[in-house]
Design a protein around this ligand. Sequence first.
Ligand code: ATP
Ligand code: MG
Length: 247
Amino acid sequence: MSKEIIKIQDLKREFTMGTETVHALKGISFSIQEGEFVTIMGSSGSGKSTMLNILGCLDQPTSGLYEIDGVSVKDLNRNQLATIRNEKIGFIFQSYNLLARTSAIENVELPLLYNSKITSEERRERAIKALEMVGLGERLHHTPSQLSGGQQQRVAIARSLVNNPVMILADEATGNLDTRTSYEIMSLFQELNRKGITITFVTHEPDIATFSSRTVVLKDGEIMQDYKNHNIQSAAEELAKLPKQDH
Ligand SMILES: Nc1ncnc2c1ncn2[C@@H]1O[C@H](COP(=O)(O)OP(=O)(O)OP(=O)(O)O)[C@@H](O)[C@H]1O
Ligand SMILES: [Mg+2]
């Protein structure tokens, strides 16, 4: 039996702007099982980021239920929320959100700094392991400006992995990358998913969604479609089909 990692019911998020109220999410219900790879699609303004921010405990819903790993988020205080965010969830953003002038290894160590039980040696070891997992074992001391976009995103992925999260949330993680680099990143996500990590991935691009096991389509703050993908493409295979590049 698979386990429910995320359960939301009649989730609403309203933003008040002066006298106007924006209904960004209009009562959404669904659940995500452990091990799923879900893409969230939908046009600009449909509520994708709003939803992901709530799933990641970066934002609270106006009303409705949200349970993560069986725990109701509404009942948690700020400290407990921060702990859940840090220990259960890995976040990846379109713009990488790395610290400039800070080496790859130090960026990846950051989430571990909040954990006083981890020694500095262990921190370093785990950061190196995470960077090796994303293929950056040879770039440990490069700063973001010394890395390509795809490499910077891989540092961000390593940072999201260093706490062994149960779930990765990614908002347009390939949005700034060319096709080849996007496929490389998707191939990495597929590998992580095969190792059992649940992934929820926001994208605009339909070809990126073919690499996931399920697609949820939002429109104007409501779920329009929610379907299993029975023909999951391999990003590694698609990558191999792309025309060779000269270096
Ligand atoms: N902090 C906020 N204050 C006010 N309105 C907001 C806020 N955040 C989002 N909204 C509104 O909520 C709606 C959904 O926005 P959201 O950012 O979730 O869309 P999105 O699907 O991620 O779009 P995109 O593809 O452009 O990133 C939009 O109408 C947006 O203007
Ligand atoms: Mg968005």
